[in-house]
Design a protein around this ligand. Structure first.
Ligand code: ATR
Length: 283
């Protein structure tokens, strides 16, 4: 990559930011599209987001991704909010549009793009979905699934009150909330087409014992937002049951590609980047 006087500057604001995969990913987007962009990791600590964002117009930076811990704080620090960011309650993409900051969220679109790419010929859009978790990632997934017009979205969470509040806000009247008890999960699984894990369970080998995938239809598909490890115990159990699976690496790349398109107008190919990141993780 060569930085020139004409390079368009992009980046990510986060804390921590050192381990972000985004700089490598966006370098590949620049390479494959031939665009003259550079993507810089900025270590922006809590309390510094306002100053950092307000500097974008002065510095002529075209756009930044916003990550932990700034995604919610950014909502109040942009000039306009796109509907997805407002509904999800978090900003992950800020664009400097002629000195006006526009806040957007590309997680839901990234999730949907990868879901369709992973399971193109499945019946999941016609059947209920089971979403595990009720945090920020669940909000993006629920927002995405609402766009697809699924007949029902069942949200299961350890703290059921959070699931109930989330369903009440984001998906009445086709939403249902439940806790993680085996009997409730068994019932919820009986006719699902899609199971999505948005919890952190599985990052360190944890399993959700109460979830018996044997209760799900044989053609249900399982998506885990976790991509490290590449196969969580949930995905291993799904594969053992013969269900189609996908992890969250594709979503990560797709949400980044959508941010890149917002900033540059160019659509980078995602497949080679997904494969490169998979290989990089193995070495
Ligand atoms: P994110 O923004 O990535 O979604 P989050 O907002 O902290 O992260 O949400 C984490 C989700 O994982 C929550 O749904 C949480 O359940 P609670 O709402 O009951 O806290 C879920 N989670 C985390 N650890 C869990 C565990 N050990 N068992 C079950 N659920 C867990």
């Amino acid at each position: 990559m060569v930085i020139r006087g004409t390079s368009q500057v992009l980046g990510v604001f986060g804390d921590p930011v050192a381990h972000s995969l985004s700089p490598a990913m966006h370098a590949q987007f620049a390479e494959t599209t031939g665009a003259n962009t550079v993507y810089v990791p900025f270590h922006v600590r809590e309390g510094h987001l306002k100053t950092a964002l307000s500097a974008l117009p002065s510095l002529g930076i075209r756009g930044v991704n916003v990550t932990v811990p700034h995604k919610e704080a950014a909502l109040d620090l942009v000039n306009t909010l796109e509907p997805a960011a407002r509904a999800i309650g978090a900003v992950n993409t800020v664009t400097n549009d002629r000195d006006q900051l526009v806040g957007d969220n590309t997680d839901a679109r990234g999730f949907l793009a990868d879901l369709w790419a992973s399971f193109p010929d499945q019946t999941w859009p016609q059947r209920p979905a089971l979403v595990l978790g009720s945090g920020g990632a669940a909000r993006a997934v629920i927002y995405a699934l609402r766009q697809e017009g699924l007949p029902a979205i069942r949200v299961a969470n350890r703290t059921q009150a959070k699931a109930r509040a989330l369903v009440g806000e984001m998906c009445p009247p086709m939403g249902e909330s439940l806790d993680l008890s085996p009997s409730r999960l068994d019932t919820a699984l009986a006719d699902v087409g899609l199971i999505v894990n948005t919890t952190s369970l599985g990052m360190r080998g944890e399993t959700l014992e109460a979830l018996d995938l044997g209760r799900a239809p044989a053609d249900a598909v399982v998506y885990d937002l976790i991509y490290n490890p590449a196969e969580t115990p949930l995905l291993a159990a799904a594969r053992a049951r013969g269900l189609a699976t996908a992890n969250g690496l594709g979503m990560l790349v797709c949400q980044g590609a959508i941010s890149y398109e917002i900033w540059t107008g160019l659509q980078p190919a995602v497949e080679p980047v997904i494969h490169a990141l998979e290989k990089a993780k193995q070495t």
